[in-house]
Design a protein around this ligand. Structure first.
Ligand SMILES: Nc1ncnc2c1ncn2[C@@H]1O[C@H](COP(=O)(O)OP(=O)(O)OP(=O)(O)O)[C@@H](O)[C@H]1O
Ligand SMILES: [Mg+2]
Length: 288
């Protein structure tokens, strides 16, 4: 199993969108004679990726029954051995008249950040690594974690998610604001790495989103970005994702039940290239 966090402390840079499309593409891949088994753990209270995958109604019902990652973590923290199955929600496979969608499983976020503060049982930042990860290893090949922006040390559940990851991808836009948000993002990644004896998660690199390498905007900010990346030793993917205006509704659950591949033809092929590069980077990364 490989666990990948999509994280950038800056909001609105495309974390949830890339999570959704990577999950969809990876779940369509056959390896060693069977389809990859993909889980998306949504750790952002906004629930963008989980709502797009499950639909608002299914998410609402499951949350009302306390079937969220937070409640699962609480039971694990209290030493319980919860049955995982009720928490693992399946994306609806098809709508009438459409071919079946690749199977994706989802773990829901909390609606509110009720697990943020000191006086709660999630004190251990390695709780999910030690308790949840071994259980997931028996079921899934790939786990994608959709992280919220604006993290700090108080966000115990989200940081638990970072700590349990093998690798991190940072979706980012080539804008000055996004460049200025990078130091804080890297600081939180180092914080998560410091909690792990193996030094994971490994930072696989930045994926530039809404990027046209020929645009004036891109060239305007390239020198500042390159300088920052060199100074901090931060890797960057060679493949980037284009601005795709049709994506405005991609995390809208009323649309997402049709094939993402057919609907978002301008964006999807770039996701495939990013995933391919990701595989190459794994093979080179010193993973534990
Ligand atoms: N390449 C793109 N081209 C055009 N629009 C995009 C692109 N990527 C993402 N978007 C749109 O930008 C908005 C923000 O994207 P998304 O929700 O994925 O970002 P995020 O980093 O997860 O945000 P948050 O920090 O709020 O969780 C969404 O409306 C999404 O549809
Ligand atoms: Mg998001």
């Amino acid at each position: 199993m490989h666990t990948i966090a999509l994280y950038n402390n800056k909001g609105g840079v495309g974390k949830s969108t890339l999570t959704l499309f990577m999950a969809d593409f990876l779940a369509s891949l056959t390896v060693a004679g069977r389809l990859l088994r993909v889980l998306v753990i949504d750790l952002d209270a906004q629930g963008s990726s989980s709502t797009a995958l499950l639909g608002d109604e299914k998410g609402r019902q499951a949350r009302a029954a306390d079937l969220s990652i937070g409640h699962l973590a609480l039971q694990l923290a209290e030493g319980g051995r919860p049955a995982l199955e009720p928490f693992l929600l399946l994306r609806p496979r098809s709508r009438s008249g459409h071919p079946p969608l690749p199977a994706i499983t989802v773990l829901l976020p909390e609606r509110e950040s009720i697990f943020n503060f000191d006086a709660n049982p999630l004190q251990s930042l390695t709780l999910l690594s030690h308790t949840l990860k071994p259980l997931l290893e028996q079921i899934f090949d790939i786990v994608l974690l959709d992280l919220p922006g604006n993290l700090d040390e108080r966000h115990l559940l989200a940081i638990n998610g970072l700590v349990m990851s093998d690798s991190i991808v940072i979706p980012m836009e080539p804008t000055r604001l996004a460049i200025h948000a990078l130091p804080e993002t890297l600081r939180m990644i180092r914080y998560a790495q410091g909690k792990n004896r193996r030094g994971t998660p490994t930072l696989l690199g930045i994926v530039l989103n809404r990027t046209d390498r020929r645009s004036r905007q891109f060239h305007l900010h390239v020198p500042e970005m390159v300088q920052f990346l060199e100074q901090t030793g931060t890797p960057c993917f060679a493949n980037c994702l284009p601005n795709a205006p049709e994506l405005a509704n991609a995390t809208d659950d009323t649309l997402a039940f049709t094939s993402l591949k057919d609907r978002y033809g301008g964006y999807y092929p770039h996701v495939k290239k990013v995933v391919k590069e990701l595989f190459d980077r794994w093979q080179q990364a010193p993973l534990g």
